[in-house]
Each structure stands twice: as structure tokens, then as C-alpha cells.
Design a protein around this ligand. Structure first.
Ligand code: FAD
Length: 444
């Protein structure tokens, strides 16, 4: 049996884990940092470009965000943007590209909602965001207007400061930047799955088969699995996750930029939207759908048991589920989305209820189900409040952090890394050069 010892171990090589590795290795004096990833490469799950919507979320076109959540998201997105701006041009172009974006309001109620939000706080928080009417939409995105019923009231909030991001490439860039610039303090192990974790005195011991890894501080950046590990240590029994899968459909390119739809406030996931694909300029992606699953990893039925363990059913869980599903908007969204998974009929229904609401002239034959595409959003249930939490969650314990990361987790990865770095250095009595981080972020 081999034992390895570290100051900090990060489990998970998606964008959350790699950004933390980058920040710790560049801006702290922590001596031995290890990142462990179970697959053979970084970001093969939710951070992979095929499994998410590739949107750098700022909070300007996400009508389900509160003002407070939008402010936080904007700050985090600007930080990430700053990192990418300093990358060499060729690397940057593959990882992030600018595009226009809009939130489209269809019908009196939606138009009224965006107008209210725009005048109340969006306009001030996002000075580049402009309100356009039906004619304006037609000039920017002709296919959104073409073939639409003439009676439909239409308006949009438009920004030219949209970005599509390959978060998988971003993760690789963080990891390479960390290992390359750390003078041997940061290391990465790929293809090593952490099976379990235990607390021994001041240390945590992580097990992978017969090998063990001892550490003074452990961070789980394992997406939906983070809560699984937290619960295995007896931490935070008041949280559960709804495992929300999302599918996508492809069409030939019909949009010039991102077109989001109005989502009702308080619903933690975006309504289906149309997006360009950073990896393929000839297509438009429509999605993600909202499918409640019982897995911690998409298309991995071997994770069902772990999901059930994470769910940790008790009376509070049942009360929370009852409360969540009593919300008629959530029931309507989930019910409609459940139909999209039915063969043939599902596609027809998706076309009518979602894709054609954005681009009315799309034909059945244009729409292709994107096989093997779409990840899992671990939407967090707060069993004390008996409701879903908007955005990512963090459980902080003595010597351990667990990051649970639904959208906009990828956009907020550096902000999350900053928070974690502050906690870790405080607990370990290490130095964090916050000013260097703020001033020098991205200078690699
Ligand atoms: C359909 C969909 C659309 C989305 N759209 C957006 C968007 O447009 N913008 C946005 O900002 N966010 C979006 N998100 C959310 C975003 O994808 C996630 O917040 C982000 O990718 C989370 O990154 P992560 O590193 O925390 O998790 P992941 O990318 O899931 O990485 C977790 C890593 O942990 C590893 N791991 C797990 N268990 C172990 C173990 N036992 N041992 C070792 N390694 C382990 C996994 O292999 C994986 O590499 C979307 C998500 C989905 C599903």
C-alpha cells in the first residue's frame, strides 16, 4: 500500500477544480498541491463544450436571476474574461469568442416583464444592454421574426457583449498554467478515481483502490458528486440535489448570436435557448431541455446508486420535494420537458413548444437530436427552506470544501476559486497574495 501526503488535494479536473489549482499554485505559498481526476483528461463531464450551453453568464439576459445574483454573476464573469484576455491570440480564439446575445420576449406578459426589469435595475447594471422592438429584432436576427404570427408582440434586450466559451479548453489552460508555473508545487494525476474519504485527526485520507492520499485540506470539485462525498463524511444533511439532465437539438445555422427566452424568476434553470456552437460555426444548438434523472453522471447508469445515497431520503426531503413540485410553473416545465424524451413525438413537441418559439420557420427535418450531448445540472435543494437554490453551492467544513456546481458554475469558476483560496490559506495559515491575484490574473 502506498501513501502520499499533500497540503491540499483537489478532487475533480473540471473547470472548478482546475481554476482552483491555478489560483493556489500561482498566488499562495502552499507547498504541495495535487489535483486528482478520475478520467484520462480534464473536463470530460459537465465542463466539456458538448455538455453545456457554452455561455459566459453575466446576468443581463437571464430573467430568472435576481438583481443580487446578477451582480455576483457579472463580477465573476468579468474576472474570467480578464483571464482569457491575456492569453495568446490563437489559444484564446479556440476558447472564447464574442457574439451578440439577446433575451427575447414574446407576448404582452413577457414584454412587460423585461421592460420592468430593464427600467428597474438591468439598464443601470448593464449599460451596454439595449431594448429593441420587433423591427430591431428582425434586423439583428431575421429568422426570429420570419414566419411569426403578425399579432405576436415582440421585444428583446440586446447586448453585443456576449461570449461563447469552451469551458473544457479553459480547464486545460488553467491546469497547464498551474503545473507549468508552480516550480513543482502543483501536480496532477489523471485516471485516478477517489473511491472514499475519511477523517483521521487533523487530516483527510482519500482512498483510490489500495492507495491512499493524506491531506491537510481537501476540496471536492466533483460536480454532482461533491454532495455525495460531503454526506459520506456526515456533513450537511440539509441539502440534496435534483439531478437535472439537459438534451440539445442541432439545426443548420439559423441564428447570428445567442437568443435566450424569458424564464420565470425563482426557477433555477434557463428556458430553452438558441446558441451558436464554438466548435462548429455551421450549426445552431437549441436546448437544454430539463429532465429529472436519477444519476450523478449523465449516461452512466453505474452512478444511480450513488445518487440515491446522496439523496438521503427523510421526511424533510419529502416535504421539500412536495413543496418544489407544488409550484405550478415547475410542474408545467417538467411535465412539458418529459414529453421531449418520447421518441418521435418528443421531437415534434420540442419543435412546436421550444425551437419554433425562437425561430418560427424551423422545419421538423432541420432539427436533429444531439446524441451523447448534454450534462447534469445538480440543482441544490435546501431542505430547511424546502426549496431549490439558484446557482452553485459550497459546503465549507474544517479542512474541507465541497463545490456543487449547476449553471452558472462554469462562468463563476474563478470567483469560486478565489473564495476557496481565501478559506484554505486562512485555515492552513498560508499566504494568499490577493492583490497579485487581482492585479495579475491572466498574466501567464
Ligand atoms: C446542460 C447544461 C448547460 C449548462 N450551461 C452552462 C453555461 O452556459 N454557462 C455556465 O457557466 N455553466 C453552464 N452549465 C453549468 C456548468 O457546466 C457547470 O457549472 C461546470 O461545468 C461545473 O464544473 P465542475 O468542474 O464543477 O464539474 P465537472 O465539469 O462535472 O467536473 C467534475 C470533475 O470531477 C471528476 N470526478 C468526479 N468524481 C470523481 C472522483 N471520485 N475521483 C476523481 N475525479 C472525480 C469528474 O470526472 C469531472 O472531471 C451547464 C450545465 C449543463 C448540464
Amino acid at each position: 500500500m502506498l501513501t502520499h501526503e499533500y497540503d491540499v488535494i483537489i478532487v475533480g479536473g473540471g473547470v472548478t477544480g482546475t481554476s482552483l489549482l491555478y489560483v493556489l499554485s500561482r498566488y499562495t505559498d502552499i507547498r504541495k498541491i495535487l489535483l486528482v481526476e478520475k478520467y484520462d483528461d480534464f473536463a470530460l463531464l459537465n465542463s466539456n463544450s458538448s455538455n453545456n450551453s457554452q455561455t459566459l453568464h453575466f446576468g443581463d439576459i437571464e430573467t430568472n436571476y435576481s438583481e443580487e445574483h446578477a451582480k455576483k454573476t457579472k463580477k465573476a464573469a468579468e474576472r474570467l474574461l480578464r483571464y482569457t484576455e491575456a492569453l495568446p491570440k490563437a489559444v484564446k480564439e479556440e476558447m472564447i469568442r464574442g457574439c451578440q446575445k439577446m433575451v427575447l420576449a414574446v407576448g404582452e406578459d413577457e414584454v412587460e416583464l423585461i421592460d420592468k426589469m430593464y427600467s428597474k435595475w438591468l439598464k443601470e447594471l448593464f449599460p451596454g444592454l439595449i431594448r429593441i422592438d420587433s423591427e430591431g429584432v428582425g434586423k439583428i436576427e431575421p429568422n426570429v421574426v420570419k414566419g411569426r404570427k403578425t399579432g405576436d408582440k415582440l421585444a428583446a434586450l440586446l447586448s453585443d457583449k456576449g461570449y461563447m466559451v469552451d469551458f473544457g479548453k479553459l480547464a486545460t489552460s488553467f491546469a497547464n498554467g498551474a503545473v507549468g508555473g508552480s516550480n513543482g508545487r502543483a501536480d496532477v494525476l489523471k485516471g485516478v478515481k477517489i473511491d472514499s474519504v475519511e477523517r483521521r485527526g487533523e487530516l483527510y485520507v482519500l482512498w483510490s483502490g489500495n492507495e491512499s492520499y493524506k491531506t491537510r485540506f481537501v476540496v471536492f470539485a466533483t460536480g454532482a458528486y461533491s454532495l455525495f462525498f460531503a454526506k459520506s463524511l456526515g456533513y450537511d444533511r440539509n441539502l440534496s440535489v435534483l439531478s437535472i439532465g439537459g438534451n440539445f437539438y442541432y439545426t443548420p445555422k439559423v441564428l447570428n448570436g445567442k437568443v435566450y427566452r424569458v424564464q420565470i424568476g425563482g426557477i433555477p434553470f434557463a428556458a430553452v435557448h438558441g446558441d451558436p456552437d464554438i466548435t462548429n460555426p455551421n450549426i445552431t444548438r437549441f436546448g437544454p431541455t430539463v429532465t429529472v434523472g436519477i444519476q450523478l453522471e449523465r449516461r452512466h447508469s453505474d452512478t444511480i446508486l450513488d445518487y440515491l445515497r446522496t439523496f438521503d431520503f427523510d421526511i424533510k426531503t419529502l416535504e421539500s420535494l412536495w413543496n418544489i413540485f407544488s409550484d405550478k410553473d415547475i410542474r408545467r416545465i417538467l411535465g412539458r420537458n418529459a414529453i421531449y424524451d418520447i421518441p418521435f413525438f418528443g421531437k415534434h413537441s420540442f419543435l412546436k413548444n421550444e425551437a419554433a418559439k425562437i425561430v418560427p420557420s424551423i422545419k421538423h427535418g432541420d432539427l436533429k437530436f444531439a446524441n451523447g450531448v448534454g450534462g447534469i445540472r445538480p440543482q441544490i435543494i435546501d431542505e430547511d427552506k424546502k426549496s431549490l437554490i439558484l446557482g452553485a453551492g459550497k459546503i465549507v467544513e474544517d479542512g474541507a470544501i465541497f463545490n456543487i456546481t449547476p449553471s452558472p458554475g462554469a462562468s463563476s469558476c474563478l470567483e469560486s476559486a478565489l473564495e476557496d483560496a481565501i478559506t484554505i490559506t486562512k485555515q492552513l495559515g498560508a499566504e494568499f497574495r490577493k492583490d497579485d491575484f487581482e492585479n495579475g490574473l491572466g498574466l501567464i
